[in-house]
Design a protein around this ligand. Structure first.
Ligand code: CAA
Length: 297
């Protein structure tokens, strides 16, 4: 069982490093500068990706300004807190570094090996993995005790939850820091064991998998979506898959099937739908929410 952390052990966070500048990473960069008001460093494989991430953050700050939620001065201060670079040596003075790179254990291990060579010995490392084993991600670290799972939900600005994942080696300092950071970000944190899918994706994978199964059995997508209304959830399963991304959702399904073959089944129909979603996604040059919104009419 996992126990409650001792918040007195939390490390003060004065500079945050984010690895990856994709949509998820850029969303947390924005949240960190807005809520913690500390410098945030964001990196990616090449300058084009970095520039795209930074442009997204600047754009979102501009939207907050336009809505009157930030004055020009505050908006400029937030923009000045964000540094985008490909130079990983600049992580040296970050005390909290979170990764949001490709969902593959080997890729995450390689990224952390690079970061560990640069950061201070007591810097805390966090992973936003949605369903991989945090312990495995940290297996090659010299100090695996500093690694904690810190899983955000989409859209990051709005969803109130963060899953904080403790491995058998996660230190109390790493755990406490994660809780204090989550609170500083204005989120509710839950502590979960390092089990596949943690809590939320374990539940969602069932819902999404069974929804795809219902379609396979002949229920139209639109009717599955409508049937969700009485449950009071803000989105039906397919609209949620659109939001999360078909590929991400299919990846979570695969992880759950591999981990629990007796409780989750390989769902070819889900993959067929994921392929369809991917096609629509590419057609529309972005998210496919319109696909299910139209279907649900
Ligand atoms: N980014 C930033 N802000 C956003 C946003 C986005 N992508 N989408 C919506 N918002 C904001 C809007 O700006 C608005 O803010 P204000 O009220 O301050 O102006 C607020 O959210 C409400 O937006 P809307 O009125 O346009 O829309 P809505 O009331 O229909 O809510 C929703 C939209 C919040 C997305 C809601 O439908 C919802 O909660 N859906 C469920 C989302 C969910 O379950 N996410 C978890 C996905 S699982 C996951 O992420 C895990 C994983 O690892 C794969």
């Amino acid at each position: 069982p996992v126990g409650a952390p001792d918040k007195a052990l939390a490390k003060k966070v004065t500079k945050v490093g984010i690895i990856g500048a994709g949509l998820m990473a850029s969303q947390f960069a924005l949240l960190f500068v807005r809520r913690l008001q500390v410098p945030v460093l964001i990196t990616d494989l090449d300058q084009t990706r970095v520039d795209k991430g930074v442009a997204y953050i600047h754009d979102e700050i501009g939207k907050l300004e336009a809505k009157g939620r930030l004055d020009a001065d505050a908006a400029n201060k937030l923009r000045a807190l964000v540094t985008g670079t490909t130079d990983k040596s600049l992580y040296a003075d970050c005390d909290f570094v979170i990764e949001a790179v490709f969902e593959e254990v080997g890729v995450k291990q390689a990224v952390f090996a690079e970061i560990e060579a640069v950061v201070a010995e007591d810097a805390i490392l966090a992973t936003n993995t949605s369903s991989l084993s945090v312990e495995e991600i940290g297996a090659k670290l010299a100090h695996p005790e500093r690694l904690v799972g810190f899983h955000f939900f989409n859209p990051v600005a709005v969803m109130p939850l963060i899953e904080i994942v403790k491995t058998p080696t996660t230190s109390e300092a790493a755990l406490s820091t994660a809780f204090v950071v989550a609170k500083g970000l204005g989120k509710n944190a839950v502590l979960t064991a390092d089990a596949p899918g943690f809590v939320v994706n374990r539940l969602l994978a069932k819902v999404m998998g069974e929804a795809a199964r219902a379609v396979y059995e002949g229920t139209p997508v639109a009717d599955v979506e409508k049937a969700f209304g009485p449950l009071g959830l803000p989105m039906g399963p397919f609209q949620l898959i659109d939001l999360v991304g078909w590929k991400v959702a299919a990846h979570v399904q695969d992880t759950m099937v591999r981990a629990f073959p007796d409780r989750f089944y390989a769902n070819e129909n889900f993959h067929a739908l994921a392929e369809l979603g991917d096609v629509v996604e590419k057609d529309k040059g972005g998210r496919v929410t319109g696909f299910t919104k139209e279907a649900a009419k």
